[in-house]
Design a protein around this ligand. Sequence first.
Ligand SMILES: [Zn+2]
Length: 136
Amino acid sequence: MRAYIINPIQKIFFEGRVYDIEPANGFGGFCDCGGIMSQRGWVDNWLMVAECESCWKVEAFLYDDYRFVERFEVKVLALKDFLNEILTGSEFEALIQKANGANYSYNSFSRAKRKLEEMNLRLEDILKYLRGTQLP
Ligand SMILES: [Zn+2]
């Protein structure tokens, strides 16, 4: 999967970086199932996210200089599941432990912090959503 929408922070992960989605309304094209898609939002003017009103499939439409390039399916993930997917087990664990005020591995935590910052995610924004999250 090339792109994920991260709930509840309303950002999209696309090719290694995370971007804000500006909410939008309106017609978003037709789905493979024949349903009508409605726009969910835009990343500047180069990526439009739309959701099918019939099957709820979410797709991204990529543009280059206002010219349509391609569309592809986007998976919607809860923040916790997204982090579990992109971090190693020990990095993920350190992040959850830090958010809950428990003891954590400083090395794993700094690796997680660096990875998130390289993707353009602010650690403070993430930690507040992870408070209360239990490790599996
Ligand atoms: Zn559909």
